[in-house]
Design a protein around this ligand. Sequence first.
Ligand code: HMG
Ligand code: MG
Length: 298
Amino acid sequence: GLPESVTIWEVGPRDGLQNEQAVVPVEVKLELIDRLAGAGLTTIEATSFVHPRWVPQLADAEALLAGLTRRDGVRYPVLVPNERGLDRALAAGVTHIAIFASATETFARRNLNRSLDEQFAMFEPVVGRAVAEGLDVRGYVSMCFGDPWEGRVDPSAVVDVGRRLLDMGCSQLSLGDTIGVATPGQVDALIDAFTAAGTPVSALAVHFHDTYGQALANTLAALRRGVSTVDSSAGGLGGCPYAESATGNLATEDLVWMLDGLGVSTGVDLDALATASAWLADTLGRPSPSRVVRALRG
Ligand code: HMG
Ligand code: MG
């Protein structure tokens, strides 16, 4: 069976815009976030409080939060890697954060400047303090299926990392196919490995990049296993500057088109969403990679 409704965790303003060559003006980011909320998205990952030299595209995180008009019923999570990032996020009035761990040694070093083991020491005080402050903390696990340097990733390595994040106090895990290489059988196997280790499927979300065109198929596999939170990016923007060969996320429009067809509710108005993505594509000066945006607005 499929879930009756799906919560879409929109990552376009963060995962999408972190990968833009040109820095997008904060006014454009704010308009994008407001248009996404207007289209019915209720979780919009807004930015990251990471080192501005590591991700200059999101160096305006303070200005963005200061300019944000928060709507009732919408949460605006942000990425936070360490205590310095948490201090900045708290000062900006953030209520939902996400830490981001790696399932592989190489990507931990490249993305966080930490070994696989050292990343937990960095996250532990972040989660502890955030939970004590009443914040909600999501935990991402990156490179859950394949890694550009290490190849295929063993599900047991992912489960080990994920369970450590849950034990720290994360309320949800987002399983990331950072470079978009997974196929649906791997998705089944990873979710089965988590449930076999005692993690309820309700604690899992999925985060697919669409490099090999498998993101929607992988999402459907996860939904059939009972996952009901899906990450996607308006217009299919996205990628990680520290992961070779990562392209955009699953496009939110492609996801909503499928879920509408399946009768699974999302609360999202596809037409308004496609209009927002077409506006952003015009603003960025190139067409949206989303098939559905092109079909509806091309
Ligand atoms: P580091 O160089 O090891 O940092 O970077 P450090 O702890 O050694 O500190 C060095 C200096 O940086 C210090 O300043 C700190 O205060 C400062 P100094 O005392 O020398 O003057 N600093 C900061 N300043 C502002 N904000 C901060 C911050 N932290 C330290 N937060 C660090 C370690 C984690 C900071 C760095 O590696 C980093 O920022 N990495 C972020 C990389 C990133 O954002 N990647 C993209 C997101 S992950 C992703 O896209 C995958 C995902 O989508 C899921 C999927 O697809 O799988 C989530
Ligand atoms: Mg990502």
